[in-house]
Design a protein around this ligand. Sequence first.
Ligand SMILES: Cc1cc2nc3c(=O)[nH]c(=O)nc-3n(C[C@H](O)[C@H](O)[C@H](O)COP(=O)(O)OP(=O)(O)OC[C@H]3O[C@@H](n4cnc5c(N)ncnc54)[C@H](O)[C@@H]3O)c2cc1C
Length: 144
Amino acid sequence: MRNPERRRAARLAAGLVSIVLAAAVARPVVHVVRTALRERGFSKPTPVWGPTDVEDISRLSRTRVRTITTLPEDEAGAIEMLRRLLRDAKEQHLSVSIAGARHSMGGHTFTPDGVVVDMLPLRAMSLDDQRNLLHVQAGAKWRT
Ligand SMILES: Cc1cc2nc3c(=O)[nH]c(=O)nc-3n(C[C@H](O)[C@H](O)[C@H](O)COP(=O)(O)OP(=O)(O)OC[C@H]3O[C@@H](n4cnc5c(N)ncnc54)[C@H](O)[C@@H]3O)c2cc1C
């Protein structure tokens, strides 16, 4: 008589434990699956430059600057442009900030009323196979 009662109690306890475990696991699993489905193909690119507004990927740091200069792809032209830009900024007492991919998420790449230099067009790479060194320009990203 006592054995069937014990077995029933054990089955009940096992059932309750299973329900509690299933409830504990189900919630995060449902959350992860729902998020994965909702955000399929979700990608937010870095905001494009405004005429004098800059922003980084955080989208929390929109800042008005004096000018945004995108360097040309060719190195000689870029160096020439940088020289001119730095000379002018010094004469006008303006801060110069350098922007790469703008993924640093804290407004690091711009100063209010300053001059921003967009380095992204400079993305060439060259391999020195004698010294096993890869030179990568400042605008190079994994993707491009
Ligand atoms: C979703 C996400 C995930 C991330 N995960 C990681 C991670 O796993 N590990 C990690 O380390 N980081 C991570 N980061 C941070 C981010 O990858 C780095 O901050 C980023 O690589 C910096 O490079 P950038 O070209 O975006 O620099 P920017 O944000 O453009 O610039 C960063 C700083 O460097 C200066 N700078 C830029 N270019 C030059 C240059 N040519 N010469 C001198 N100074 C320059 C800028 O003035 C600025 O102060 C993540 C960021 C995001 C948005």
